[in-house]
Design a binder for this molecule. Structure first.
Ligand code: ATP
Length: 649
């Protein structure tokens, strides 16, 4: 703000406060003057008259959200802080936004403003942030914005009716001159800034939620809980809001984890933008990395050599394939059997394997065949042991044993697991061990229909009872209607009974929130693909940087990436994606793209000649296709590459 304008506004603010808020002490007067100046730029300030009590001294509403302020010369006690937070939540509960949405409780910020000049104080309570008066400017920084100007105005208008006992104060704007860069004011939330925000995986922190989403965020669960719902219904959004809700109500560390290596960094970015004060308390990390770090800290580092682990399986396969020769599936099927069924379920004897229900595996195996598979597994284990190797399942098993022998010194206040459908049964057991049994400590979030790895389980098999504590979301906010319609065609069966018998919702039954959208199917041969793909990129209806190219295995990804590079299209691998905007097409397999959002998606599926797949493989493929298609918000280009006519099956 330029200096003469600033001085004029300050003069006006002093006059207004002398007239309308005579009760303010010197600190209150200084702080309120600084805030009042901003009301000329359509921030809103409400002051509570009289001596300090257990409600906020002021509410300040603008792009940085709804801030309740205690302006004091010392920190409040815990009871006062809690009463202030409760009062704020009650006053703003049910404030409406666009389309019947409600203000998320996480858009409320509780601040204690202390006099400047002293040394910096960290908040002793998770309920509020301490802001020295000289740091109030931080509220006006661009990065602090969680509301658009219109949203803030609408909330302030509703607050005026709800904040009985408060007085609204404001100053008249003075003529605008050139601004110092970096701070937010009236004209700052322009299309430019919103466009920048939209490049992030979430358009911004969702300040408004569906009433059902907000209820799930704030609910008190008596034990482990489960959020389910089809693609794009806001499960991750709810999980992140829940994380903030829990962070404000606890003091210990929190864990947000997934099976996928690349997702935590993206969600960490979103969470840190909204709640920087909790950056140090929440760990975002995938489950295997957590286990590896945990074991390293305990002086038991586990080194994994992926290529050598693959060799161990290949050697086992060579010596045992004859026993499975009558059965059709390729080695990858048997590798998944060992990985997801035998080791992933923690089976230790052949008898257990003979009895187990092999969920989602398609092919029925008789006892002799199961015994043969067990032989394959034992050979694999021998090859691993010979080279002192551990695979991912071993990592989980070693971490579980270590945790059982010596629990965490500082347990997690809560553990939130996203994309839970792809975690193995032993992974779930590890998470249960980590979270313990207390209420609100374990939240599992996911959708069985989007499982991209084979296998399946019931939560009860992991000893995680969620009956009565399951919530199902059903409004799809991500995909425009045309994209959603396209994705619904995939017959993706749910192999994960994630609600333990309670009825879930399939994508087919999801409600759509966004009309419009466009899809473009293409079918052709491999030799026609380069022209089709480069043509699709050239004709994208959205900026290239907001587009992802998704394939269903690495080989196909390499093929498509080579075509794009040849055509001079800059690409960036999803392995390195953190959600920050850049002008490259993001490329990756569906395993890396799951859980993410892109404005446009180009998906390329190769159909290959050979034996028809078994039903389990077909189901898995349908689920992967559904996941890829539902990554697109506005535009989906769906390419199917068929074999040349002389090689057709
Ligand atoms: N209440 C809401 N209002 C507007 N947009 C929303 C709302 N809830 C979620 N969204 C948007 O919908 C998209 C999908 O949200 P999110 O990724 O949380 O869904 P999800 O259920 O986890 O999806 P998936 O299972 O497909 O990964 C995001 O772009 C998010 O910003």
């Amino acid at each position: 703000m330029n200096q003469s304008r600033q001085r004029q506004l300050q003069r006006r603010a002093t006059e207004v406060l002398t007239r309308d808020a005579p009760w303010l002490d010197p600190l209150g007067r200084r702080v309120c003057t600084a805030l009042l100046v901003r009301t000329a730029q359509r921030w809103r300030l409400f002051l509570h008259p009289g001596s300090p009590s257990d409600v906020a001294d002021a509410y300040f509403i603008g792009p940085a959200g709804v801030c309740s302020l205690l302006i004091r010369d010392r920190l409040p006690d815990e009871a006062t802080a809690r009463a202030v937070a409760r009062h704020a939540e009650e006053r703003f509960a049910g404030v409406r936004g666009p389309g019947g949405q409600v203000l998320a409780s996480s858009a409320l910020r509780h601040l204690v403003v202390l006099p400047g000049g002293g040394k910096r104080v960290t908040s002793p309570s998770p309920l509020y942030r301490v802001v020295p008066e000289q740091d109030l400017d931080a509220l006006f920084r661009r990065e602090a914005a969680v509301l658009t100007r219109d949203q803030a105005q609408s909330i302030a208008a509703q607050a005026a009716h709800r904040l009985t006992g408060y007085r609204r104060v404001e100053v008249e704007p003075v003529e605008r001159a050139a601004e110092a860069p970096g701070l937010l004011d009236e004209a700052d939330l322009t299309a430019d800034q919103l466009a920048a925000a939209q490049q992030r995986p979430f358009e911004s922190w969702m300040a408004f939620l569906h009433p059902q989403q907000q209820a799930v965020v704030a609910r008190n669960y008596g034990g482990p809980a489960r959020i389910s719902g089809p693609a794009g219904t806001g499960k991750t959004v709810v999980a992140l809001h829940r994380l903030l809700h829990l962070a404000r109500r606890s003091t210990g560390p929190l864990l947000f984890t997934t099976f996928v290596r690349t997702l935590p960094a993206v969600h960490q970015g979103t969470f840190h933008r909204m709640a920087p004060e909790f950056a140090d308390r929440v760990r975002f990390v995938n489950l295997h990395a957590w286990a590896r770090d945990f074991l390293a800290e305990r002086g038991r580092p586990v080194t994994q050599w992926r290529a050598q682990v693959a060799t161990a399986f290949n050697l086992a396969w060579l010596s045992h394939r004859a026993a499975l020769a009558d059965l059709e599936p390729a080695p990858a099927y048997w590798q998944a059997e060992v990985d997801r069924v035998i080791k992933g379920r923690g089976l230790t004897t052949v008898d257990e394997y003979l009895r187990v229900t092999r969920r989602g595996r398609g092919l029925a195996l008789n006892p002799a065949q199961r015994t043969a598979v067990w032989g394959l597994y034992e050979a694999y284990e021998r090859h691993l042991a010979e080279k002192d190797l551990s695979d991912y399942n071993d990592l989980v098993a070693i971490a579980r044993a270590e945790l059982a022998a010596r629990p965490l010194e500082v347990p997690y206040a809560a553990v939130i697991v996203d994309e839970v459908q792809d975690i193995t049964l032993t992974g779930l057991r590890l998470l249960r061990q980590l979270a313990g049994d207390g209420p609100n400590r374990l939240l599992l979030v996911g959708d069985g229909q989007q499982q991209v790895y084979p296998g399946g389980w019931r939560l009860s098999e992991a000893g995680i009872p969620v009956q009565g504590r399951g919530a199902v979301l059903r409004v799809n906010y991500r995909n425009r209607a045309a994209v959603l319609d396209f994705a619904r065609r995939f017959d993706a069966t749910n192999q994960v009974d994630d609600l333990d018998g309670a009825a879930g919702v399939a994508l087919r039954d999801a409600e759509t929130a966004n009309p419009g959208g466009r899809t473009e199917p293409w079918t052709g041969t491999d030799s026609e693909l380069p022209d089709a793909l480069t043509g699709a990129i050239a004709a994208l209806p959205v900026p290239r940087g907001r587009t992802a190219l998704i394939t269903f295995n690495h080989r196909d990804l390499e093929r498509c990436a080579a075509i794009l590079r040849e055509a001079g299209v800059p690409v960036a691998h999803l392995d390195q994606y953190t959600g920050e905007p850049e002008d490259t097409v993001k490329i990756g397999t569906v395993h890396r793209a799951k859980g993410l959002d892109f404005q446009a998606v180009i998906a390329v599926a190769f159909t290959r000649s050979g034996k028809p797949n078994d039903p389990a493989e077909q189901e898995l493929r349908a689920r992967r296709h559904l996941v890829a298609a539902t990554r697109a918000r506005d535009y989906l280009w769906w390419g199917v590459v068929t074999p040349p006519a002389d090689q057709a099956p």
